[in-house]
Design a protein around this ligand. Structure first.
Ligand code: DGJ
Length: 743
């Protein structure tokens, strides 16, 4: 344990060194309190008279010299709810009569299945506060980490450490618990979905009991996303009011429990999903849980997402703090599916380049005996019938057109009809004697096995070393069904073997992250997209290693408005790949004009996925014009501040605005879904501009805008602009350029 004086000195040093007044840790050893400032918020924890670490404050930034009363445990409720469950503990382990959600549940070597964690020590290093808790009896320590970021995010995670001489079995381990202030009128917002309809946004009052949002699928999943936002029913809107929000950085099975206790206290606990999970913690070993990022704002749901976007760009994405804007890509999946070949792809590349596309991506079908989805996964050699001279002639051709080259892979999967599976059937996850359930004719490779990990890394490394590949679209097209690992190391038979097998949920993802990290380190220019049949693997864990994601296979532009609205509550538009595809759309058979499709895809990283061989000269001309327009505003879209002026849930129309971080540019997108009763569109009032500045308006369609060319920020935000949209699926955009001060 550090002497008290050094705690203060280290803490002061930390404040001084970070140089960012908004991101600092203040330690008060006398009162055993820690103040963590992140952006415009403060989080405070303290040790109470029972020596337990509890949450004291989470809300607007406190003054630098603020001092809260010393931590005090809450009284129990009669003889039924002991204080351990009524107090807002930072990391409550199961024990001493805890009936609320436990952060940690462990079997100790002597058969004790409970823990009671008390304060041991604390220190600050690398801008991170570490508080160590220890069990009152067992040789087990829990390290809690707190890292505040100036963008307004506090990252929390835990480390469980065995300091004894015999193994512990961990049954459940959360990253962190977030305790909300003692109020009773909270609303929870969360995201759910399924293939083709990810990112559905819900808001509902929090009632006593628990809402569990989770994935048991082995990966993040389409069904829900590890994100939450909690507002006050009476106060919070898109533009104002308090929001406590957060997201878990984990790409495997996860669980988030939003709980209102019997005493009506609201908490959010998240980490690995304890379902079917187990981890044997050997003597001297420790285990780190994933990071759980959270923030607070007083400025509504819109500001909560802007904080997350800034944080992801500045602190989290692989190329932070300054990620490059995403290139405009072409991908032929919807146009050709598996029928890729050298001549066909070259012809599409010619057309794509003429539109202004900057990256040409060959999707599924280029390898092994991959004529359909029935065969070939696992055999990562170039198919000689389709590409007789390998990929080089196509890549050279793409380069000669001024584009770089990307390639689809699905490294974690295998078709039973493949050389890989014939050689290594035991590499697929399985239970002995039980049928292996196929989905899309494929099985999941057990990436937890060292030999599988090595195979995947080596084939990717070879592929990227031998070909000039700038980008991998990394796909993952099913979830787990038989997560067996019969030869898991550590134990050969019986219950111990089963316990070892259950580590697959964590070891698989750790290996996935290792492969991605190693690949990027060896090929620093390589960029990667995380795709899982659309948006099945989007989270802040994978986004530390991937530059973008494919949010959905649903490319219907009307549906996309809703999907993108949900997506951008949690993730920055920089990461949101969005394609313009052909109509009638394959999913809804809806026919939407090309401009609307383009303007919807421009809300993130624009891509084109239609069959360009079939586009008319007029469509090519419009597409070229719109691609050029996108390039003129894409940095503002991808790195700017997003304002949801009218959300698609209103059914009739959607307005979205982006403002550049430096305020020099803004762009407004307006979409009319379906006009009713011949009604004119209401004026659109902009947000986030400087009221004192003048802006020059550059309408994409001059006929659809009526108003002055140069307008002050005050008028644009107060009085708004008049946009004339008519009929079904009409759309337009206006770029605004800041030209000086208003007088
Ligand atoms: C699912 C992806 O989401 C699609 O974009 C496409 O890459 C297919 N897989 C290819 O099999």
């Amino acid at each position: 344990m550090l002497p008290r004086l050094s705690i203060v000195l280290v803490a002061l040093l930390c404040v001084a060194q970070s140089g960012a007044a908004q991101s600092a840790i203040r330690a008060l050893p006398e009162t055993r309190q820690w103040y963590l400032d992140a952006g415009d918020s403060t989080y405070v924890i303290g040790v109470n008279e029972q020596h337990m670490l509890q949450s004291l404050y989470w809300g607007p930034a406190l003054p630098k010299d603020a001092l809260l009363p010393a931590a005090q445990s809450a009284p129990g409720r009669a003889s039924f709810d002991p204080s351990i469950g009524t107090t807002s503990l930072e990391y409550p382990a199961w024990g001493a009569g805890l009936f609320t959600e436990a952060s940690l549940k462990v079997d100790s070597p002597n058969g004790d299945r409970t823990l009671v964690l008390v304060y041991d020590s604390a220190k600050v290093a690398d801008d991170t506060l570490e508080v160590v808790l220890r069990d009152k009896v067992q040789p087990l320590r829990v390290h809690l980490y707190y890292k505040p970021y100036p963008e307004g995010i506090l990252a929390r995670w835990s480390r469980i450490e065995n300091v004894g001489k015999q193994p512990f079995i961990i049954e459940q381990a959360a990253s962190a618990v977030w305790n909300l202030p003692a109020e009773t009128d909270y609303d929870l917002s969360w995201l759910t979905g399924q293939w083709g309809s990810e990112w559905q946004f819900h808001t509902e009052p929090i009632a006593d009991g628990s809402r569990v949002i989770e994935s048991r699928r082995g990966s993040t999943g389409h069904q829900a996303n590890p994100w939450f936002a909690i507002g006050r029913t009476s106060q919070t809107t898109e533009v104002s009011g308090p929001v406590w929000f957060g997201e878990l950085g984990w790409s495997g099975s996860w669980r988030m429990t939003v709980e209102s206790t019997a005493q009506h206290r609201v908490r959010v606990t998240s980490g690995w999903n304890p379902f079917d999970f187990s981890w044997t913690l050997a003597p001297g070993a420790s285990l780190d849980t994933p990071k759980f990022y959270a923030g607070y704002t007083a400025k509504g749901q819109g500001e909560a997402s802007r904080i997350l976007h800034r944080f992801q760009l500045a602190e989290l994405l692989p190329t932070h703090p300054d990620p490059k804007p995403r290139p405009v890509i072409y991908n032929s999946w919807e146009a050709t599916e598996f029928a890729v070949n050298e001549a066909g792809q070259m012809a599409l590349a010619d057309r794509a380049a003429s539109l202004g596309v900057e990256r040409f991506v060959v999707d599924d079908g280029w390898f092994g005996q991959r004529l359909t989805d029935k065969a070939g996964l696992g055999d990562w050699y170039v198919n000689k019938e389709k590409f007789p001279h390998g990929l080089k002639p196509l890549i050279d051709h793409v380069h000669s057109l001024g584009m770089d080259f990307g390639l689809w892979v699905e490294p974690e999967m295998v078709n039973p009809d493949s050389d890989l599976y014939r050689a290594h059937p035991d590499w697929a996850m399985h239970f002995p004697d039980r049928q292996r359930s196929e989905q899309r004719n494929q099985l999941v490779l057990n990436l937890a096995k060292p030999e599988v990990k090595a195979y995947v890394f080596n084939f990717l490394d070879k592929l990227v070393s031998e070909n000039d590949i700038a980008f991998l679209k990394w796909d993952y097209n099913r979830n787990w069904s038989e997560p067996g690992w019969p030869d898991a190391p550590g134990a050969s038979s019986g219950n111990q073997n089963i316990a070892a097998q259950k580590e697959i949920y964590v070891r698989y993802i750790q290996n996935l992250y290792d492969i991605l990290a190693k690949l990027r380190a060896k090929h620093p220019k390589l960029e990667i997209e995380s795709c899982s049949g659309g948006g099945g693997r989007v989270d802040l864990g994978i986004l530390r290693y991937t530059d973008e994601v494919w949010p959905s296979d649903n490319t219907d532009a009307l549906d996309r408005l809703t999907l993108q609205d949900g997506f951008t509550h949690a993730y920055t538009p920089e990461t949101m790949a969005a394609w313009v595809t052909d109509v009638p759309n394959f999913l809804n058979h809806r026919v939407i004009p090309l401009q609307f499709r383009f303007l919807v895809a421009m809300q993130g990283a624009l891509g084109i996925g239609g069959n360009l061989n079939k586009w008319t000269p007029e469509e090519i001309q419009l597409a070229t014009h719109l691609t050029a327009f996108y390039k003129s505003i894409r940095t503002t879209v991808q790195h700017g501040k997003l304002y949801r002026l009218r959300r698609p849930q209103t059914q009739e129309a959607t307005d979205v605005e982006y403002v550049a971080q430096d305020g020099s540019q803004a762009v407004l997108f307006s979409y009319l879904h379906s006009q009713q009763y011949g009604m004119a569109q209401p004026r659109v009032r902009l947000q986030g501009l400087n009221p004192e500045a003048m802006y020059r308006l550059h309408p994409l369609d001059p006929a659809k805008y009526k108003g002055d060319v140069t307008i002050s920020g005050a008028l644009l935000m107060g009085d708004g602009v008049s946009i004339r949209l008519q009929g079904d699926y009409d759309s337009t955009a206006i770029a605004l350029e800041r030209v000086g001060e208003s007088h």
